[in-house]
Design a protein. Structure first.
Length: 393
């Protein structure tokens, strides 16, 4: 059954739809007018009265970000930190964890490359072991294999909810159940999931979660959030502190604040913060269940049309597949295809080994075209995309 969605309103709020076919939402989605106008209004006010003064004037609205994010993730406002990007949010969480020689980090084969680099750095520096949980028959993390890999040396389970280089959705809640029962910290990279599907940290059971504003939330670039479960994070001290994250109480003593804001910096992208709140409120107004239904429907349509093209192979894995659609073609390499599509006003991106190296190497992939859809895309745009691809190949 087809989802019901006010596509006319969605596209009216997204003027760029009149000029381009934007299938690069896993890179950076098109901001809707309420979000772009919020950011522009804040910057304009800064030009009129000054940066500090504008921040003071918008104090209530800026503080409202935490309540909006709490509604989005089903957590407490005090468990949210606003960070300059999702990678830094993830880093602030990961590097605050105490790990010792011999400790084990378990992650997924499809893990994001930047995260793997961080694991390997701590392996080199701290003597920890990094191990990849095997995939199951669907190509997603095998939860049974994960359960059998646990012992008293596992100190962290850390995975990407939706990998950057394909459409699979890892079984985050099933992983959380295993982690919680074993008392093992659980860090979830939710960059590609928050905004296109409902993400409930209580249902998932993660202790830490990072997300970005620029992808499916349709917020501005250089904005991100960190969720840190209060009962878990109260024992963590961030690797970087300033006078926002902590208080200097004497010449030889400081006190770290007791909420997630200890992971923040005093200096922030306040215009982005104001616009990110607008983006979250905008997504909540549509409803994440409705967004997911629309996105999944469009992606399934695109996959069905792609397999009809000679030479094209859809490379998505997973029992559940999201709005990210990846493929390669025998006739031309991924970079050539993406470039030729861009010349026609069709936006995609290329995923290569730098993003999901371990998975790609094991699957024999070098690079794939990534077409990532959002609810403001249409069936007609899919047909135009397929027609253009046929002509290119």
């Amino acid at each position: 059954m087809k989802s019901t969605f006010d596509i006319d309103r969605a596209r009216a709020d997204t003027p760029a739809c009149e000029r381009v076919i934007h299938f690069n939402n896993a890179g950076a989605a098109l901001m809707p007018l309420p979000v772009s106008r919020a950011q522009q209004a804040f910057l304009a006010r800064e030009a009129e009265i000054g940066g500090y003064e504008t921040t003071a004037e918008y104090a209530d609205e800026l503080d409202g970000l935490y309540a909006s994010a709490a509604r989005l993730l089903n957590c407490a406002a005090g468990e949210i930190a606003y960070v300059e990007n999702a990678t830094r949010a993830w880093d602030m969480a990961f590097y605050s964890l105490a790990l010792a020689p011999g400790d084990r980090i378990l992650t997924s084969v499809s893990e994001y490359g930047s995260n793997v680099i961080a694991y390997l750095q701590r392996a080199s520096r701290d003597g920890v072991h990094v191990e990849f949980v095997p995939d199951d028959v669907h190509g997603q993390l095998d939860v049974d294999a994960l359960a059998h890999m646990l012992d008293d040396r596992v100190r962290l389970i850390s995975i990407s909810h939706i990998p950057t280089g394909g459409g699979l959705v890892n079984p985050a809640a099933a992983v959380g159940k295993i982690a919680n029962e074993a008392g093992i910290p659980y860090l979830l990279d939710a960059c590609q999931s928050v905004g296109q599907i409902p993400v409930d940290v209580e249902a998932i059971g993660c202790d830490l979660l990072s997300l970005t504003g620029r992808k499916f939330l349709r917020g501005p670039r250089a904005t991100g959030l960190l969720y840190a479960r209060q009962a878990f994070a109260e024992h963590l001290e961030p690797v970087f502190l300033d006078q926002h994250a902590a208080e200097l109480v004497s010449p030889d003593e400081y006190r770290v604040r007791d909420d997630a804001k200890k992971f923040e910096n005093w200096e922030q992208n306040f215009a982005g913060k104001y616009a990110l709140k607008a983006a979250i409120d905008y997504a909540l107004a549509w409803g994440l269940d409705a967004i997911q239904a629309r996105v999944y429907e469009l992606a399934a349509t695109l996959r069905a049309r792609l397999v009809e093209i000679d030479g094209v192979s859809v490379t998505d894995q997973g029992a559940e597949r999201c709005g990210i659609v990846t493929f390669c073609a025998a006739q031309r390499d991924a970079g050539e295809i993406a470039g030729a599509l861009a010349a026609r006003g069709i936006h995609t991106s290329v995923s290569d080994g730098s993003g999901t190296l371990v998975s790609f190497e094991r699957r024999g992939l070098v690079a794939v075209v990534r077409a990532s859809l959002h609810y403001y895309n249409t069936e007609q745009e899919i047909e135009s995309f397929v027609e253009a691809l046929r002509e290119l190949l």
